[in-house]
Design a protein around this ligand. Sequence first.
Ligand code: F0G
Length: 459
Amino acid sequence: MTFRTIIEPFRIHSVEPLKMTTIDERRQALRSAGFNLFGLHSDDVLVDLLTDSGTGAMSRDQWAGLQRGDESYAGSPSWFRFLESVQELFPFRHVIPTHQGRAAEKILFTIIGGPGRTIPNNTHFDTTRANVEATGAVALDLVISEGLDPATPHPFKGNMDVDRLEEVLGSPGADVPAVFVTITNNSGGGQPVSLANLRAVRAVCDRHGVPLFLDACRFAENAWFIREREPGQHHRRVTDIVREMAALADGMTMSAKKDGLANIGGWLALNDDDVAEQCRNLLILTEGFPTYGGLAGRDLEAIAQGLREVVDHDYLRYRIRSTGYLGEALIAAGVPVVRPIGGHAVYLDARSLLPQVPALQYPGQALAVALYESGGVRACEIGTVMFGRRPDGSEQPAALDLVRLAIPRRTYTQSHIDYVIEVCSEVAAHARDLPGYRIVEEPRSLRHFTARFETVPAA
Ligand code: F0G
């Protein structure tokens, strides 16, 4: 007998209280934060879906690992446990630990980027794009066209457009030091990339002699989707699928704050000895010695254990189903979302929900502010606020205006999610009354973190 209800494959061991706030308190908090949800005190947030990065709950065995953490400066046993755990899944020759994913990006792009160069990706995430552009290189997004249409169902909407990649790599004078594939494609809706697509990308890279890197933050969720959706994969262990993805690549960047199930950490891994040596030299300048690289020994232990837990099939089944549960309930309530539902998050299509708000008045921001004001739910705009400012200073609408409800791993229960469904449905019902926003203060890059906004009164 198998039962229908998919339950959390764990029970709660330690709890964190949540503070209830009134709508007036939340309005005040919004004003103080300049209507930027990154500016809130997180105590004033009831259900925090800003990100799935570093916000998950660690397991008993991870906490036990913290006690085993050995803080030797060089050659700590915690480092060797970390290394073994990483190479078990990703057998690259060099593994370079960093304090989080963007540090790995910064180091790698400093070495391989630079003016005149282009880095193709299915879709760069914000820090990845910023790190590429900071070197003067161009960050080029080449996701398949279905990946840009929130409503089109496709099992692997994160796939790269292989024909366009071929064109870019084959064009005269192309200077492409690496091709990246982000698994799963975060900016495009948490959508997976198929093994078939990775193989095709690999073949194009081989024809042009360009290395392939994975931005592997959500590798286990991607592998689960491959197991569920790709013909011929259903019988396989997730660990085997992960190893096959790794074998198709020459290196990876990783944020252990996602599928490392840790609160901090990351790494850069690669096979090229010469690039690895240059990266290690930079690592020593900015992160630390190559056997800890910006992490405490105890963090290395938490990641080593997290990597064993994240490929567990019961965990992944629950993880992907619980995100799907939220998405399907919103679809049933008539709320437009990116389909199919992604792995770590549900993405609301703000542009279609708020047609009265032009893209340059930030429909995603308007929707995210309303979710917080109405129910204390904090989400993240992934749209024109995040991506609208171009390196030349001009502003253009982003490809999509989405609001991401990212689900921290092993943290919220089904009743928290039922509450989120109720808040989203209520806000969606009145979405056409919501005002747009204008930016009154912004930094030169990565403006979404610190910009301040005010509402634009309806015309
Ligand atoms: N690549 C992807 C696809 C990411 O989603 C992130 C982080 C990074 C790289 C950088 O990793 O945060 O450890 O430096 N994404 C988080 C998010 C912040 O909210 O999606 P990091």
